[in-house]
Design a protein around this ligand. Structure first.
Ligand code: 13P
Ligand code: SF4
Length: 362
């Protein structure tokens, strides 16, 4: 397999998207033959309810090639719950919400990590694995929350609110984390806010940058939560009217929402939690029909393991998460690209903020 890189076009060649990946498949002599179809059929059977039959001949050769290369290069693929089912179920070694991925990254065994998620997730993995190569299949996979705030903004907030602890959502750049006291995710935010208020002996906590997450946290604690004005471009689209309409159309429908949604949407829901919290809720409660008010791929991923649950899918896709595709994962593995690096000075402080969160959680 070592000749794969030498026989294919160099990464800088002006080629069409996917063209390099196809060249890699042909170098590896992998195509959708009857033999490959048979070999991969148990995998396809598992995801057939969410991946149309017509798409499998395109995906299957990539799945085969990625899994071969992953073993050869001793790479670990971490995938967020919002990744598409062919990534989530067919090539990922570890799947989860932001907290689970950070924890798993901290214990990652392989020589290299391929992050199927967005840039801040890959940066978090790099912070926790400074000596490992961390790759993201598309450097352009950003996040509207991460883009809403800079390290300079956090410095200014500290001046405006002296002595008030800064709790920063992991959906931020390493620069922002480095200026923060601690990180949080949607699955531990209330506990972290309360722990910081106690440690700093403060009745106020800055909770940045997600305005809606901060408002949702504020309703679960007596601590005064000061918010920033960032929003998730996926979750901010949901409205209480829309949720009420779903209920009116189907009174038996169970509705569960992510806390990045506006508080009035969470109010209309039966449960709210992180992506993994929502998955666990469905697994434990097995509702007949459920509406997961969050990014659309997650319902597909959960549906595979919950065949008795019917998922009503409001299809809000995260354009950043969807930058990650099987051809790009294959190219990442072959060319060791695109490597995520964090400036050493920033990394030291940012790592402290992430590690502190993991330690409190543990
Ligand atoms: P969690 O998976 O931690 O709930 O985060 C959701 C999200 O929007 C990640 O980008
Ligand atoms: Fe960012 Fe929202 Fe996309 Fe998550 S779903 S990566 S918070 S834009």
């Amino acid at each position: 397999m070592s000749d794969v890189t030498s026989n294919t076009m160099p990464p800088s060649s002006p080629v069409l998207p996917g063209q390099q990946a196809q060249a890699i498949l042909s170098d590896m002599d992998i195509s959708f033959t009857p033999a490959l179809e048979k070999e991969m059929s148990p995998l396809y059977d598992r995801i057939s309810s969410v991946v149309p039959e017509i798409e499998w001949p395109f995906f299957a050769p990539y799945v085969k090639a990625i899994n071969e290369l992953k073993r050869e290069k001793n790479a670990v693929i971490l995938a967020h719950n919002y990744q598409t089912p062919e990534i989530f179920h067919c090539v990922a070694d570890v799947v989860g919400d932001s907290l689970q991925l950070a924890r798993e990254a901290a214990q990652a065994k392989g020589d290299m990590i391929v992050q199927c998620g967005v840039h801040f997730m890959a940066e978090t993995s790099k912070l926790l694995n400074p000596d490992k190569k961390v790759l993201i299949p598309d450097m352009g996979a950003g996040c509207s929350l991460a883009e809403s705030i800079t390290g300079a903004d956090v410095k200014a907030l500290r001046q405006a609110y002296p002595g008030v602890p800064v709790v920063t959502y992991v959906n931020t750049s390493a620069d922002v984390k480095a200026e923060s006291d601690i990180c949080c995710t949607s699955s531990n935010a209330v506990a972290i806010v309360e722990a910081m208020a106690k440690e700093f002996n403060s009745n106020k906590v800055l909770c940045i940058p997600d305005e809606f997450l901060a408002q949702n946290i504020a309703r679960e604690t007596d601590i005064e939560v000061i918010a920033w004005k960032g929003r998730c471009e996926v979750h901010e689209q949901f409205s209480a009217d829309e949720i009420r309409q779903y209920r009116a159309d189907d009174p038996g429908l169970v509705i569960i929402a992510h806390p990045e949604c506006p508080p009035e949407v969470v109010d209309e829901s039966d449960f709210s939690g992180s992506t993994s919290g929502m998955i666990k809720w469905v697994q434990d409660n097995q509702p007949e029909r459920v509406l997961m008010v969050t990014e659309c791929s997650m319902s597909d991923n959960v549906a595979v393991e919950n065949p008795n649950v019917n998922f009503v899918r409001p299809c809000n896709l995260c354009p950043h998460m969807k930058q990650i595709t099987l051809p790009k994962v294959l190219e990442a593995l072959v060319f060791d690209r695109q490597e995520v690096l964090v400036d050493a000075d920033v990394a030291a402080d940012a790592r402290l903020a992430v590690q502190r969160m993991i330690d409190i959680n543990n």
